[in-house]
Ligand binder design. Sequence first.
Ligand code: 2AM
Length: 186
Amino acid sequence: MAGMRLFVALTPPADVVEELQARVAALRDLEQDLRWSRPEQWHLTLAFLGEVSDETCGELAGQLGTAAGRHPPLTLSFGGGGRFGHRVLWTRVHGERDRLRRLANAVRAAARRSGLATEQRPYLPHLTLARAAGSADLRPLVDALAPYEGRSWTADELHLMHSRLGAGPGGTALHEPIRSWPLSEQ
Ligand code: 2AM
């Protein structure tokens, strides 16, 4: 049974990525022991699906297309910082968070209708900036990010993303959209 490691995400436009990249560049000297995610890979995950068989993928795409057609484009921005323990540094998501949550719920429901198990953890919108190789003190980085307020952007497409572990530069994961649908409320 062939399969792919998949997740569903929104992706920020180039100007938003460039602005955030400039802010993040100033943080790199604060902590050496981090692997920074590559800006061209930055994304906002709605649901992580794990390994999905080719058979399920077709059903999933149909369900996701339907969900995308029931949700309007979202106005969002990145700002501030946060962390998962001592391992993951991220920036927060501001703007239409309620609509974002509804979209994430719809994506999870679409995955379940396709027969996939979805995460039980509550959805916490974030964009991962760096991961610690071991355990790092991320608090100074979170503090340094606190004043950051990125520009607003409109998320108008839902992407089904393929994550190929080890396929990116230096053995990192490579994320590629395999299907995309416009967000549009009918
Ligand atoms: P993260 O950014 O917080 O690491 C691709 O791996 C995307 O799916 C990432 O954005 C990652 O979130 C998210 N994801 C959620 N659960 C995951 C899991 N169990 N394994 C890998 N990635 C996961």
